[in-house]
Design a protein around this ligand. Structure first.
Ligand SMILES: [Zn+2]
Length: 280
């Protein structure tokens, strides 16, 4: 949903190093072992704006670089927030209200991933770039919001987060500091480091299946996750409406709606089958 250009030095180095690996050799070796066992032990999923768009959440910036008629630097940077906190809070309150309007629901793609988490007999981590709570509504729990959560406010001093039961305002303050601090949106803005990168890195280092769903492949560090998974011999699968920018890095490509592809894909994984281009 958001673009983040500032990345930890570690992550840049890892992404460059892994993107240069001859992963085809690793892939062939891995494919043989996969065909032998026909099951996965550790799965990492990455979801992006595409899966939320199918639930009616408008998450994309338009071609003018504006976001719902706002400049990105006004509503999605720490500097913009320091300049005009009411404007930024109002912007996220509009998103919050849309999410709680009753018109937005988790779709079959979210449901399928929640089922996979429930029934898969192995390690599982769902990483999302989305700030909505549709994965939670579908029942996902082993979930990491790397770009924050619309439904929470964050103490700017301690970093502790607090669930918001109603739209943002100056009355929302933390309970961790004296004096209490005004909460800011728990959203990772331009120039800020995404949440949970160490945990994501650990999961990617040891996973044997990595699936990216509805992501543009242009936003780092998320766009580099496929390189890390390839480097460690995982099978890598892309599910997208259109080919993403880093399309060629994935071993398998399933083109179409996540809400249509994922229920069948999850069924295959749970039945012990491997995923390939015919899994649609
Ligand atoms: Zn505090």
């Amino acid at each position: 949903m958001y673009c983040y250009y500032r990345i930890t030095t570690n992550f840049i180095i890892l992404c460059i190093r892994y993107s240069r690996q001859d992963y085809q050799v690793i892939f062939n070796k891995n494919k043989q072992s996969m065909e032998g066992t026909k099951m996965y032990r550790q799965i990492v999923i990455l979801t992006g704006a595409g899966i939320s768009a199918e639930s009616g959440i408008k998450t994309f910036r338009d071609q003018d670089g504006l976001w719902e008629a706002h400049k990105i630097q006004d509503v999605a940077t720490p500097e913009g927030y320091a300049r005009d906190p009411e404007l930024v809070e109002g912007f996220y309150n509009t998103r919050w209200s849309q999410l709680h309007s009753g018109d937005v629901e988790a779709n079959a793609g979210h449901d399928a991933l929640a089922r996979l988490e429930r029934e898969f007999d192995g390690d599982f981590l769902l990483v999302t770039q989305n700030i909505d709570d549709l994965h939670e509504r579908a029942g996902s729990r082993r979930l990491l919001h790397m770009h924050g959560e619309l439904s929470k406010g964050r103490c700017p001093r301690s970093g502790q987060t607090f669930l918001l039961k109603d739209p943002f305002g100056p009355e929302h303050t933390c309970t961790c500091c004296i004096p209490a601090q005004r909460l800011r949106p728990d959203v990772v803005w331009f120039g800020e480091i995404p949440i949970g990168l160490d945990r994501i890195q650990d999961a990617l280092d040891t996973c044997d299946l990595f699936i990216a769903i509805g992501t543009s492949g242009t936003v780092y560090p998320a766009a580099g996750f496929v390189d890390i998974a390839n480097h460690h011999g995982a099978q890598t699968v892309e599910v997208n409406l259109v080919e993403a920018d880093r399309h060629s890095q994935f071993q398998f490509h399933l083109q179409g709606k996540a809400s249509e592809i994922l229920p069948k894909m999850v069924e295959r994984i749970l039945s012990g089958a491997i995923i390939n281009n015919d899994s649609q």
